[in-house]
Write a protein that binds this ligand. Structure first.
Ligand SMILES: Cc1cc2nc3c(=O)[nH]c(=O)nc-3n(C[C@H](O)[C@H](O)[C@H](O)COP(=O)(O)OP(=O)(O)OC[C@H]3O[C@@H](n4cnc5c(N)ncnc54)[C@H](O)[C@@H]3O)c2cc1C
Length: 443
């Protein structure tokens, strides 16, 4: 029997013609959609889920990293602009936690997922950008060799197309850019990537009894393993309270295949398998967590709707951000903003941190405009965790703060490119930086 089926050719209805189309509503995509919509261009944001936030909501992350830097030993916020507006809205909805120290060195901020969803909807729609939910992008139609003309979407009402003059790929997986023929790398180049995790949250914790259990849980896990009571998928557990301290999040699982390699988040079969492995790990690690003082009466209030994917494709651009750029707090002439997160490598069975030389340095590097320009395509930006970075640099600049930065810059730049022959490479860089600074972005 044949292993393939030929789908008959059919005409696809074009449901919209836009100036700017953004694929993916994670932190990078929503920041891009806000910046693009505000300049009065017809912009659309396309998302396969029924809500925004990307891994931050769909994968249950519920914690902002990369907004603060350890600046010569002080905690200083270095990512602003759209990020500030989103956080203000989440805060007004009562959903933002005070900053907490992560890994003993750098601030992060936990948030309530429903508040993030409300705030993101309001912000994107308020910018005049159209939202299309429940639409999975499945392919592209090219205009010329180096331009894109349309994006093909699979929806409940069948396959449709959206046309645009400028595109922003914020899919996290570089779907659009890869289909358009842009070169990409995957993981460490030897068949492995940062390991995914299935996140979950627990409710019913006794905050007084639990105290600062987040400092003790990794040690308790090692002891439980040594006694032979449990076998955990990884060390370096991150289990912390949310805004309401009876609720805690657990970033504790690690999903791999039978060979020990990270499951592939850009492969349908692998993703499906990963969901089942992830939930089994949640069940087992929760059995352990119930033994932690203060957690005896806790229950799982949510297993994230989807497995949390840290890394798949990284689209190669005009510049590739490196680990050395991150660790040496480098500057770029074409800066679009800052990354302050260190290398947080989710390796087999553990999490390895590599820090900038803090507290002796300013604790952040600049991000160059060129890392958003995929080689060979002229009307497309690639932003967020699939932007042009090495495997190690991605383990830093993949976190939410840097994704907001890239998204906002691409949204603004797309509007400038529409006035420059639709070319991402011929925009006026000085105007871009001026606009970003006016938005409050720290370059
Ligand atoms: C388990 C885990 C824990 C993490 N912990 C933290 C943390 O504590 N703090 C932090 O700041 N960061 C954390 N991160 C990293 C961070 O959440 C992500 O790297 C960040 O969300 C990336 O943003 P993004 O916009 O590039 O992509 P994503 O957040 O992945 O968003 C991409 C969006 O595109 C949509 N999409 C993808 N493909 C298609 C398609 N073909 N058609 C339509 N829509 C599509 C997706 O549904 C998604 O909404 C964590 C990540 C994981 C997985």
């Amino acid at each position: 029997m044949s292993k393939t089926i030929t789908e008959p050719a059919k005409n696809i209805p074009v449901i919209g013609e836009y100036d700017i189309a953004v694929l993916g509503g994670g932190p990078a995509g929503l920041a891009a959609a806000v910046a693009a919509g505000r300049r009065g261009f017809a912009a659309v944001l396309i998302e396969r889920h029924g809500f925004l936030g990307g891994m931050g909501t769909a994968a249950g992350v519920s914690n902002f990293c990369g907004l603060y830097a350890n600046y010569f030993g002080e905690q200083v916020q270095v990512v602003r602009g759209v990020a500030d507006e989103l956080l203000d809205r989440i805060d007004r909805l009562g959903g933002l936690n005070a900053p907490h120290l992560c890994a003993g060195k750098i601030n992060a901020r936990a948030y309530d997922i429903p508040a993030y969803k409300f705030a993101a909807d309001e912000l994107v729609l308020g910018a005049g950008t159209k939202l299309i939910f429940h639409a999975l992008a499945v392919g592209v139609i090219k205009g010329t060799d180096d331009t894109l003309d349309a994006l093909l979407l699979e929806t409940k009402s069948g396959r449709v197309a959206v046309r645009a003059r400028m595109f922003i790929d914020a899919s996290g997986d570089g779907d659009l850019a890869a289909w358009a023929g842009a070169p990409f790398e995957k993981g460490d180049g030897a068949g492995n990537s940062l390991y995914p995790s299935t996140m979950f949250r627990m409710n019913g914790i006794d905050p007084e009894k639990a105290g600062d259990a987040w400092t003790k849980i990794p040690g308790l896990m090692r002891e439980a393993e040594e006694r032979g009571d449990f076998k955990f998928p990884r060390h370096g557990a991150i289990v912390r309270p949310q805004r309401n301290p009876i609720e805690w999040r657990a970033n504790i699982t690690q999903i791999h295949d039978d060979n020990g390699n990270a499951i592939d988040g850009a492969n349908g079969e692998s993703l499906s398998e990963g969901e089942i492995i992830g939930r089994n790990q949640v069940k087992e690690t929760f059995r352990f967590l119930r033994t932690v003082p203060g957690f005896e009466h806790s229950y799982i209030s949510e297993i994230a709707p989807q497995i949390g994917i840290r890394e798949t494709r990284r689209i190669m651009g005009d510049y590739v951000l490196t680990e050395d750029d991150v660790l040496s707090c480098v500057d770029f002439e074409d800066t679009i903003g800052r990354n302050s997160w260190p290398i947080e490598a989710h390796v087999q069975g553990d999490v390895h941190w590599h820090w900038q030389d803090i507290p002796n340095v300013r604790g952040y590097n600049q991000l160059p405009y060129r890392m958003m320009l995929p080689v060979g395509i002229d009307n497309l930006f690639v932003v967020g965790r699939c932007a042009s970075m090495t495997h190690h640099a991605q383990s830093a600049a993949r976190v939410t703060g840097a994704c907001f930065v890239m998204g906002e810059a691409a949204g603004e730049a797309a509007t400038l490119a529409l006035n420059s022959n639709n070319s991402t490479r011929s925009i006026d860089q000085a105007t871009l930086r001026e606009r970003l600074e006016r938005n409050g972005v720290l370059l």
